[in-house]
Design a protein around this ligand. Sequence first.
Ligand code: SAM
Ligand code: DTB
Ligand code: SF4
Length: 341
Amino acid sequence: MESRVNPIAGTGDGAVAGARSAIDNSPEIRHDWSLEEIQALFDLPFNDLLFRAASVHRRHFDPNRIQISRLLSIKTGKCPEDCKYCPQSAHNDTGVEREDLLPVEAVLEAARAARESGATRFCMGAAWRGPADKDFDQGLRMVEGVKARGRETCASLGLLDGDQAHKLKDAGLDYYNHNIDTSPEKYGDIISTRTFDDRIETLGHVRDAGLKVCCGGIVGMGEGTVDRVRMLQTLVNMPRHPESVPVNLLIKVPGAPLEEASEVDPFDFVRVIAVARILMPASHVRLSAGRQSMSDEMQALCMFAGANSMFCGERLLTAGNPSPDSDRSLFGRLGLRPEGM
Ligand code: SAM
Ligand code: DTB
Ligand code: SF4
């Protein structure tokens, strides 16, 4: 398909946009959003909400640039946690086989390939409640190795204590991913082996260690708008906004309890992206899991509404993702350019 890239559109420089965001002290960045204010955004007519979100997006970022991350599952399956959405929980009969923690060399090779495919950030995910001592040192060596090769690093290893967060920082970790997944009120319906407050405590350790925070949630687990409001309110009213906000559309995995969750109206999903963008103007909002079940048009609407980050590559952790060819074609048709290229 022919590319419609216009070289003079936008600011044309993602690095400048990134730097602008990093020092942003705009009055749009607030930490005191009330439930009613956020609900009022969801209640706006769709076109008004999108216009507002796209306007905020343009004040803080080049709207034609997208940040690309690549995921690798460094330890797969048989996780002791009982997250009802997850293909990797030992409580869910999803057919995902257990794989041991990968050797450091295999991870470094995957990081090299990821950079060649255009990803600037390499995210390592593990099916753990949290890292055990015997695995943690190996995880630190992965972070050191990926960082030494000039990649931005992200890890998603479950619950951490303060000491572990500091060690990850010292090893060169840039971002820690730790999602709150849903509202505090709904959390107990989705996971019983840990609490919402456990997640918040780890996020505090991550911040205190000086790591950047990647924190978001999942849409499509049967939640109401009020849960979406409360989830976003929790994120925006943190002492600092997460630098990266993944918005996942539930991947309905056969054998997971949420396999039969009802479909989300695509416009409602776009609304969540738009409200996240308005609330956290300088953060990267990631159109995260679930893109394989979205049309190109829905993805384009998400990006118009302020999504400016994605996972690329055929696989997420265990689930599928659009092929690199289809993403390349989509970026060309939309005139989107990856950050750092
Ligand atoms: N075990 C670690 C943890 O839970 O933090 C890290 C890996 S876990 C797979 C990371 C995130 O993936 C979860 O918090 C959830 O938001 C997302 N996720 C897992 N399964 C999903 C699914 N079926 N659909 C959408 N997102 C999913
Ligand atoms: C996030 O918010 N989504 C990613 C990442 N953080 C670690 C994980 C998505 C997992 C989707 C299901 C799977 O691939 O197993
Ligand atoms: Fe384990 Fe993370 Fe999956 Fe929950 S989301 S079952 S903690 S891998």
